[in-house]
Design a protein around this ligand. Structure first.
Ligand code: GTP
Ligand code: MG
Length: 272
């Protein structure tokens, strides 16, 4: 039975250094929040902080490609001491920093915990990405995948590792459903089917009942983690995908997360 803070950390991908933090057995629960661009990840983290900041000690790490926009948004919400919100600028496709080489995020989490010890929860927001982005279990203990109703009622049926196997799938912005012609119960039922009945939460930051359910879920995972009963699950790697790049001879390159390399349209490989 794993104790608090003990994770079944997989071997890091080739060429990638993951610091050994096996000594930090009392560290905070690390919770990842991933999902497509604009589905409400930062707002959901603000909601978690608002609901729980009086009860538990929280820190947040945001990931953006070029900016610290999300960290600045969260600081402006006034939900946490601003120094408890740290930004990682990934400088590359966002999933690289949460899946392939998680070093920058691990270091940010360790710095945050050292500066504000003891923390109970560190929430890590992925940069907005596509349906296949997932966190490495070397970085987080549990992960939430966020969809929103404005992305279309059929998105939940499209599957993918985050939709299928994240610890919690959130169908967000349900208050918008009447305006975008989405039937929330059908979307949630589709999501449950895609997830073999793993948890699905229909959420709106304006719906207090759903916010209470989110709060309860986070506390439940934290309690299990502290009791050594939470076992991190890897939803699985991203599917290989294509990155558009006008400067490349073939207009882009295929990017795979299983071999940890980019295979250029010209046939050349380079590290991610
Ligand atoms: N109506 C409604 N709008 C929401 C809700 N949650 C978030 N939003 C809005 O959705 C937009 C995107 O929210 P963010 O929290 O920035 O989304 P994000 O996923 O962090 O975006 P990226 O980090 O850019 O991928 C903002 O305009 C939010 O105000 C909600 O529950 N209801
Ligand atoms: Mg965000």
């Amino acid at each position: 039975m794993p104790r608090r803070g003990q994770r079944r950390t997989p071997d890091p991908p080739e060429g990638c250094s993951v610091p050994d933090d096996s000594s930090t057995s009392d560290r905070a629960l690390r919770l990842g929040v991933a999902g497509p661009v604009g589905t409400g990840k930062s707002s959901l983290i603000a909601t978690i902080c608002r609901a729980l900041a009086d009860e538990i000690r929280i820190g947040v790490i945001t990931n953006d490609i070029y900016t610290d926009e999300d960290a600045r948004f969260l600081r402006s919400e006034g939900v946490l001491d601003p120094d408890r919100i740290r930004a990682v600028e990934t400088g590359a496709c966002p999933h690289t920093a949460i899946r392939d080489d998680v070093t920058a995020n691990l270091m940010a989490a360790e710095d945050l915990e050292r500066d504000h010890t003891p923390l109970d929860l560190v929430v890590i927001e992925s940069g907005g990405d596509n349906l296949t982005a997932t966190f490495s279990p070397a970085l987080v203990d549990a992960q939430i995948f966020v969809l929103d109703v404005a992305g279309g009622g059929d998105v939940a049926r499209k599957g993918g590792p985050g939709i299928g196997r994240a610890d919690l799938l959130v169908v967000n912005k349900t208050d918008l459903a009447p305006y975008v012609g989405v039937d929330v119960p059908t979307m949630v039922a589709d999501a449950r089917t895609a997830r073999d009945d793993r948890p699905v939460l229909a959420l709106s930051r304006t719906d207090t009942e759903s916010v209470a359910a989110l709060r309860q879920w986070v506390l439940g995972v934290l309690t299990a983690y502290r009791a050594g009963q939470h076992v991190p699950v890897d939803p699985g790697p991203m599917a290989p995908h294509f990155h558009a790049d006008e400067s490349a001879p073939g207009g882009g390159y295929t990017h795979t997360h299983e071999t940890h390399s980019h295979v250029g349209a010209s046939g050349h490989s380079h590290d991610s």
